[in-house]
Design a protein around this ligand. Structure first.
Ligand code: PLP
Length: 487
């Protein structure tokens, strides 16, 4: 199979094979360079200004997006920082990539951006072709795609699609709603608003809107004070590393978690809250880069089918190549595609791929004003072209291998400080011995000119863009080693 067959993707017809590229973005800085501490004085001043307008406690520094280039983000104080975190895993091909800067010089793209349509009701003539040539050219074996804005609203609407399909299956195709259903749903009451549930996993992150938040279980701070649903939450496998040395225990862990899933489905079905769908990330990202085996995902799909639940794979963070395959769940060899795959972040637009079964058969049931943005699809078109033309998935595999080996070497050198290197492609993580050590490593790396992210309680995660090269890996590994030495 693959998504980039030239027959379905005209943008890729003039593919130049370029394997010996030295740099993907001309003029990129040669290394980090620091002028002040981070945040510097200009960042601090802007922070005070912003904080007077809106809560901005999470702001780390202000960036200069004119000067940021390739893998380097430049802050307003002139510090040049190697970015391994990329706007929370969301920059696919680096800052100011020339192919993206060109997109709105094209008159058609500019007009699509300026005359932003309410896509659900007044799409432009270009829309079906754009969806086919851009989003469907990388579809994970699913025939339909519905665009949205962000990751949360993609999940939120995909969840609705799963409930709607579940009730349609129960009711029978083409059977109309009863008057009681129409009346009761408006007051949030069954049978119109039925007591259905979705099964999610401890440690999961699927977003912050109310429905998505009900399936998010990574950190209390996301959920405090917000009412939620009584929906089943299953344990996600917790593996021992290295995987090769702990196969038997990890297989037992898979079995235990799968048994718990089945148990929970039966319990919730019995208590009158049938499980309409299972939602899962291919790698639990915000929750700590927790992996599960291909066999786990295969078995989970079988369980979903057995109980008539849909299977949603949330690729918001893992999608668009960072694991070395375009979609992370392609590593799992599922016997059939999941029912829904959601995306956002590096895909530049939000949305979800879905089976025909997940289409509601009445208008306005999955809907909002914009339903995405054609400007984002124009950017994605250029981005996908670059990924293909420059063989960036090969780059991810090569650089990921180097990074992972480097992390494992550091793990062997500092076993009391870091452990459990894991991940695929450049989508990698390592644990620090304690949460405090993890936080301190991130803070000190920043002062050495390398931006890193954390996830879970004590993990460090790498989320470089697809143009992260071996020389950037060298800079990262060298500075990481210095920081580990200093702790
Ligand atoms: C797996 C996953 N799903 C959903 C979301 C929510 O996306 P957004 O922040 O765009 O709403 C995220 C965000 O980090 C995510 O990692």
């Amino acid at each position: 199979m693959h998504m980039w067959s030239k027959t379905v993707c005209p943008i890729l017809q003039n593919v130049a094979k370029t394997s010996s590229i030295r740099t993907y973005v001309k003029g990129e800085p040669t290394g980090p360079q620091l002028k002040t501490e981070i945040p510097g004085p200009i960042s601090r001043k802007l922070h005070a200004e912003l904080n007077a307008i809106q809560p901005s406690d999470a702001v780390q520094f202000f960036a200069d997006y004119n000067k940021s280039l390739g893998n380097y983000i430049v802050d307003v104080d002139g510090n040049i920082i190697l970015d391994t975190y990329n706007q929370i895993a969301s920059i696919p091909i680096g800052y100011n990539h020339p192919s993206l800067l060109k997109v709105f010089q094209n008159e058609d793209n500019l007009k699509a951006l300026v005359n932003r349509p309410a896509l659900g009701v007044f799409p432009g003539d270009y829309w079906p072709k754009k969806l086919r040539n851009v989003l469907l050219s990388v579809a994970p074996r699913l025939p339909n795609v519905t665009t949205m804005m962000c990751g949360s609203c993609s999940n939120e609407n995909a969840y609705k699609a799963m409930f709607i399909a579940y009730r349609r299956h129960q009711r029978g195709e083409n059977v109309d709603f009863t008057d009681l259903e129409k009346e009761s749903c408006v007051s949030n009451k069954p049978p119109g608003a039925p007591d259905l549930s979705l099964l999610s996993f401890h440690g999961a992150f699927h977003g912050r809107t109310l429905g998505a938040l009900a399936t998010t279980h990574s950190k209390a701070i996301h959920k405090l004070d917000v009412p939620s649903f009584d929906w089943p939450i299953a344990p996600f496998p917790q593996y021992k590393y290295p995987l090769e040395e702990n196969q038997r225990e990890n297989e037992a862990e898979d079995k235990k978690c799968l048994a718990a899933v089945e148990d929970l489905i039966q319990t919730y079905n019995k208590k009158g809250k049938p499980v309409a769908g299972i939602v899962i990330e291919p790698i639990q990202s915000e929750g700590g880069d927790n992996e599960a085996s291909p066999e786990f995902f295969q078995q989970l799909q079988k369980i979903a089918k057995k109980y008539g639940a849909s299977y949603l794979i949330d690729e918001v963070q893992t999608g668009c190549g960072a694991t070395g395959k375009f979609w992370a769940h392609e590593h799992f060899n599922l016997e059939s595609p999941p029912d829904i795959v959601t995306f956002s972040k590096k895909m530049l637009t939000g949305g979800y791929y879905h089976s025909i079964d997940m289409r509601p058969n009445q208008p306005y049931r999955i809907f909002n004003t914009w339903m995405g943005d054609p400007g984002k699809i124009a950017l994605l078109e250029a981005c996908l072209e670059t990924i293909k033309n420059e063989n960036l998935l090969d780059n991810v595999i090569k650089v990921g291998d180097k990074l992972k080996k480097g992390l494992l070497r550091l793990e062997a050198e500092f076993p009391e400080k870091i452990n459990s290197t894991r991940g695929r492609g450049t989508f990698l993580a390592v644990n620090a011995a304690t949460p405090a050590l993890r936080d301190s490593i991130i803070a000190k790396m920043k002062q050495k000119g390398v931006l890193m992210g954390g996830c879970g309680d004590q993990s460090l995660r790498l989320r470089p863009s697809l143009i992260f090269q071996e020389r950037h890996a060298d800079v990262f590994l060298e500075r990481f080693r210095q920081i580990l030495n200093e702790h």
